[in-house]
Write a new protein. Structure first.
Length: 143
């Protein structure tokens, strides 16, 4: 039996899966930047068009989870959509945080479609001086 194959069918299927709107059980990934600034780590997520009440930030142990849902704009019956390229649905990102970060004091700010989280470095993880006792003399070294 001869089977006719389309070499682009699999590529089309994968593209549909990647471009399909995310759901709560299978969310799409949101882009992010992460960097250290002084004594804190900063993580910025691009989520334009997401209302603040559609954001969910959760920390459990050292797992940070950010979820966002971009909903369709409310339209009246007389609106006819001509073009719709902005992805809708659920977006999510999970990050494993180091033990050296203070997850009790995370600050979140949402401005111009960018969610910025600032995570301070825990005091116990910062460099400190250690005193060494040698007889009656004591010397301090950097630790």
């Amino acid at each position: 039996m001869l089977m006719r194959t389309d070499p682009f069918r699999e590529l089309d299927r994968m593209a549909q899966q990647l471009m399909a709107p995310g759901t709560w059980s299978k969310p799409s990934v949101m882009p992010m930047d992460a960097y250290r600034e002084g004594d804190e780590y900063v993580v910025a997520f691009d989520i334009p068009g997401v209302a603040e009440d559609a954001l969910d930030i959760d920390v459990e142990r050292n797992m940070l989870t950010v979820k966002a849902e971009r909903r369709p704009a409310a339209r009246t019956d007389d609106v006819k959509m001509e073009l719709s390229e902005r992805p809708l649905g659920v977006f999510s990102r999970q990050i494993v945080l180091a033990d050296a970060l203070d997850t009790e004091h995370i600050q979140a700010d949402y401005d111009a479609g960018v969610l910025t989280l600032r995570i301070p470095i825990a005091e116990r993880a910062k460099p400190r001086k250690i005193s060494i006792g040698v007889g009656s003399d004591r010397k301090e070294i950097s630790g």
